[in-house]
Write a protein that binds this ligand. Structure first.
Ligand SMILES: [Zn+2]
Length: 71
């Protein structure tokens, strides 16, 4: 498999990820959420949408993993 073919496959996968992300957004927008969580973040038990509640995480610039948000 040469570089050209690998790059083409990467592009196809990126397009697929976009389609899947749109589908997730559609599901989460249609969901009547049932959030479970604590003071830091809450997760919908139906669609897995995450709301970050602790203000500090909105102000930080570097993206963090979900595990970093645990107290
Ligand atoms: Zn939901």
């Amino acid at each position: 498999m040469n570089v050209q073919k690998i790059r083409e496959e990467i592009k196809q996968l990126e397009r697929k990820i976009e389609v899947l992300q749109v589908r997730i957004n559609e599901i989460q927008q249609a969901c009547d959420h049932h959030f479970i969580g604590d003071a830091y973040y809450e997760t919908c038990s139906k669609c897995n949408k995450v709301n970050v509640l602790y203000y500090y995480w909105f102000t930080t610039k570097s993206p963090r993993k979900e595990t970093d948000m645990l107290p």
